[in-house]
Design a binder for this molecule. Sequence first.
Ligand SMILES: NC(=O)c1ccc[n+]([C@@H]2O[C@H](COP(=O)([O-])OP(=O)(O)OC[C@H]3O[C@@H](n4cnc5c(N)ncnc54)[C@H](OP(=O)(O)O)[C@@H]3O)[C@@H](O)[C@H]2O)c1
Length: 307
Amino acid sequence: MRIIVTGACGMLGRLVCSALEPKHHVIPTDVLEGCERLDIIDTTQVFDTISRFRPEMVIHCAAMTDVDGCERDPDRAYLVNAVGTWNLACACASIDCTIAYVSTDYVFDGEKGAPYTEFDQPNPIGVYGASKLAGEAAVKELCRKHYIVRTSWVFAPHGKNFALTIINAAENRIRAATSPPTHLSPKEGKSIEPLRVVADQIGSPTYAKDLAEFLVSLVGSPLYGTYHYTNAGSCSWHEFASTIIETAGMTQIGVVPIKSEEWPTPTRRPKYSVLRHYRLELLGRDSARPWQDAVREFVSEWTTAKR
Ligand SMILES: NC(=O)c1ccc[n+]([C@@H]2O[C@H](COP(=O)([O-])OP(=O)(O)OC[C@H]3O[C@@H](n4cnc5c(N)ncnc54)[C@H](OP(=O)(O)O)[C@@H]3O)[C@@H](O)[C@H]2O)c1
């Protein structure tokens, strides 16, 4: 199948392209160099690209993903996440092409106190979630053949993500504490500063490679509509960080639990945004592996990439 991937230079897009490549004709696109250039906010460019390549499917991973950045610049967030998706959905509809849109747990307010299903009513509490929800609406209204895949806490050994930030920070602190003291930095006897991580927000980590494989499994499926997909299980950011540190054998680093108020950000985040894969469960097709297994693979890939 001929498939356009948007945001193909991003954390998830890269892996979606690699997962598709053995079987499909992939056209990777992004605003960044290294791909076919496609800025999704440019309506003309979007229509030109769709009519030039005439894809049978678009896997839409491009987004403004900086959650605090969205809060600071809501116009930009709506332009990329809502209008950009609208452009793509219109262009896909014009050639009856399927679109898969990657959405987020942040469409929910986090007040339910139990895992959210695909049948729960979204109610975003921040600009990122609201702009992504507007993208969902565009896809639903305009494209008969659509999939919406909501996911959360995506991590990979590349790109910008929490797990990579934690493991790199831990490594840097260990290195700084164990490097020989010099005249300029006399570190002798210095203890390693612990990591402080929020313990009162609960969600489900998702390994980008697993999510990429799930998106690829949808190709050609007639079962359109909304899905929730994450790794199995849930945790706090603090448990997630502690598991990464433990799995990497960096136990000399302390991981201190803190409250959200102790880590102020411009954005209110949902307290509990676990996504239940209810649709997949009902279809008997929920095969997501536990997030702890994915952390083991992440640590192993991170270690290999460092060599
Ligand atoms: N990361 C998470 O935890 C998470 C959680 C839930 C859902 N998601 C969703 O998953 C999808 C993939 O996320 P990701 O983490 O892989 O994000 P990412 O690494 O930020 O990748 C997004 C890519 O889209 C590009 N992009 C931004 N604006 C664009 C535009 N106007 N036209 C074309 N491309 C543009 C970005 O380029 P620049 O880097 O230059 O901006 C980047 O290469 C997104 O839809 C996101 O909302 C992510």
